[in-house]
Every structure is written in structure tokens, then in C-alpha cells.
Ligand binder design. Structure first.
Ligand SMILES: *Cc1c(COP(=O)(O)O)cnc(C)c1O
Length: 339
């Protein structure tokens, strides 16, 4: 293997040695088995291709100063995948199968786990697909669960810098009683046009409003939203937001730091009152927000007056990273240390 330039890795796909797969057939999941193939042999009428029976997860493994490998909140990702299965009628993947497959994929690709101090990590992508051929709209009888991993670089190459986000009123990501709360590819397909438009205009992401009233903040395309004011961590409550595990972790850490935590409806105008705000998810932990522009209404809410990340966002970011790396104690049992 050529030397990997850990510090300059992007967030993209890199081939590793193995991926690990378990098949669901006749009501049973097969023992997870590794393969070196990057291909899937799939029937052209498989339900994942036609009817969107596809769910995924995203989590990370880190190498600590002690050389040990740590996987962050694996069980919570397994539980969220079960709720995705329920949401689009896929066979429920047991937590144990999820965990065994993830651990095997990480261990078998150990040489791709970036060293401590590089800022890089090993991104883990579990994927669940409906495999049976169907032409009528019906859930699949058979499924494939697979986990691949890929090393990803530090998210903030130029430092922990705020970026602008846009509200585009002509697009919804998810409906109030739709599939916004589960992690499925269909939601991402629905966000591609708006995301592309925002990027072309120089924004890092779209901040979606609730689809029904277009009044309250929902979330960003692939990340939850939070704002800080009056020593309070505020994150929107809505029936179309994906429950981010990073957001849940930050709410806990904010409380531990003595902040109040509020999960409630957040009207767009409240953006004018936030001292700090950010997008949160596994990829970046926190990506601070510089300003929010409501393009169609010609309004702009400046969040970061000096262009820098705020003190509370910075503290939360450092604290969560330290737990992930094993630099600080894991008091909530979030971390699985591999032996
Ligand atoms: C995955 C995802 C997030 C972030 O969730 P984490 O568990 O923190 O990685 C936020 N929003 C959407 C729509 C997602 O798919």
C-alpha cells in the first residue's frame, strides 16, 4: 500500500481491503462474512432499485493516544437503523448483527484507521438493501446488509470556520408525516437539487423550514441545527427531522457544562437572536454557521459577527472530539473500545 497522506484525505470513498456482508433469507440473517469485492450482484427488479427500500448509517472509528480503536455510539446507530427498517418495511436488522458486522469491518481494515493526532478518522458506512425482485409495490422478502469503511480526513482543513447557509423556500426535504425521521437514501435524493443550488450560490448547505407552515426551522440537508443564546442550547423539535446522534450527544454535554437545553419549535425570526449556531452530524461534529440567508424573502441573519466560531460551539466540539479519541473519560458508555 502506498503511504496515505492522512492530513489531506477528503471526505470521499477510498478502497480498503474488505467489506462485510450478512444476507437475510427465510427469516434469518447469515453470519457476517468478509469479501474483497466492491461489487454487489443484484437482480434488476430488486426493491431497493425501484421502490427505494434502502437505508444507511454513518459512524466513525478513531485511534486513541493509547493505540486503541474506539467506535462512537455504535449501538445508537444500530437502533436508528431498526427504526429506518420499520419506516420502509424492511426486515429488522438485530443490534447484534449490526455490531458484529461493523466490528469485523473495522478490524479487518485496521491498517486504514488514521493515526492519533492526524485529525483523520475511519468512516463506517452500513447499508441495507431490499434484494428480492418485485414489480408490484411490495416489500422485499430478502435483504443484504453490508458495511464498508473508508478513511476520511479532518473536516476542517482551514480551521474550525463558520460558513453561510441558505433557506430556499421552493424546496422541502421531507414531509411532516413522511420519512424525514429515518435515514434513507430517498431523503437525500429529494435534497440534491436544493443542495446543488445552494452550493452554486456559495452556501455550504440548505437550512430547511418545516414543510407545512414554512415558519419553523427544521434541519440542514445532512445535519441537524442548533443555536445558542442566553447560555441555552436550542435545537428544533419537528416531525420531519432525522434524530442526529451527534446532536443528542451535544445536548448531553451542553447540560453537563451548565447550559440549559431546549428542544422546541424554533421560528425563523429567532435566528436574529442567536449568539452562535451550527450544523451537527458525524462528518464534522459541529460546522459553525456564519449567517443564514432567506433567499426568497431577501432576509439575512448574521450569526457570527467576527467570522469566528463562538466559544460554546468550540468548547462542545473539543469535548466531544476528546471523548471520541479517548482523551477524556467516556462517562456515558458511548464508546466501544476494540480489544
Ligand atoms: C445522518 C443525518 C444527520 C446526522 O446524524 P448523526 O447521527 O449525528 O450523524 C442529520 N440529518 C440527516 C438528514 C441525516 O441523514
Amino acid at each position: 500500500m502506498n503511504e496515505i497522506d492522512w492530513a489531506n484525505l477528503s471526505f470521499g470513498y477510498m478502497k480498503t481491503d474488505y467489506n462485510v456482508r450478512s444476507y437475510y433469507k427465510d427469516g434469518k440473517w447469515s453470519a457476517p462474512a468478509e469479501t474483497t469485492s466492491e461489487q454487489i450482484d443484484i437482480h434488476m427488479a430488486a426493491t431497493c432499485l425501484h421502490y427505494g427500500q434502502e437505508a444507511f448509517e454513518g459512524l466513525k472509528a478513531f485511534r486513541g493516544k493509547d493505540g486503541k480503536i474506539r467506535i462512537f455510539r455504535m449501538r445508537d446507530n444500530a437502533l436508528r437503523m431498526i427504526s429506518s427498517c420499520q419506516g420502509i418495511m424492511m426486515a429488522e436488522l438485530p443490534v447484534e448483527v449490526f455490531e458484529e458486522t461493523v466490528i469485523k469491518a473495522v478490524k479487518m481494515n485496521e491498517r486504514f484507521i488514521p493515526p492519533y493526532g492526524s485529525g483523520a478518522s475511519l468512516y463506517i458506512r452500513p447499508l441495507l438493501l431490499g434484494m428480492s425482485p418485485q414489480v408490484g409495490v411490495k416489500p422485499s422478502a430478502e435483504y443484504l446488509f453490508l458495511v464498508f469503511v473508508t478513511p476520511v480526513g479532518p473536516y476542517f482543513k482551514e480551521g474550525f470556520k463558520p460558513t453561510p447557509v441558505a433557506i430556499l423556500r421552493g424546496y422541502d426535504r421531507a414531509a411532516p408525516l413522511g420519512t424525514g425521521t429515518i435515514k434513507i437514501g430517498g431523503n437525500y435524493a429529494a435534497s440534491l437539487v436544493a443542495g446543488h443550488k445552494a452550493h452554486e450560490m456559495g452556501y455550504s448547505a440548505v437550512l430547511y423550514l418545516d414543510a407545512k407552515e414554512k415558519k419553523y426551522l427544521d434541519e440542514c440537508g445532512p445535519a441537524n441545527f442548533f443555536g445558542i443564546k442566553n447560555n441555552t442550547y436550542i435545537t428544533p423539535l419537528s416531525s420531519s427531522i432525522l434524530p442526529s446522534i451527534t446532536n443528542r450527544s451535544l445536548m448531553q454535554l451542553a447540560e453537563d457544562m451548565g447550559l440549559k437545553v431546549e428542544r422546541r419549535q424554533v421560528a425563523e425570526e429567532e435566528l436574529a437572536t442567536f449568539e452562535e449556531a451550527g450544523q451537527v452530524g458525524t462528518a464534522a461534529v459541529i460546522s459553525p454557521i456564519l449567517k443564514v440567508d432567506d433567499i426568497d424573502e431577501n432576509k439575512s441573519y448574521v450569526i457570527s459577527k467576527d467570522g469566528n466560531a463562538g466559544p460554546i460551539s468550540t468548547k462542545l466540539y473539543n469535548k466531544l472530539r476528546a471523548i471520541q479519541l479517548g482523551d477524556e473519560p467516556d462517562t456515558y458508555g458511548w464508546v466501544t473500545v476494540l480489544e
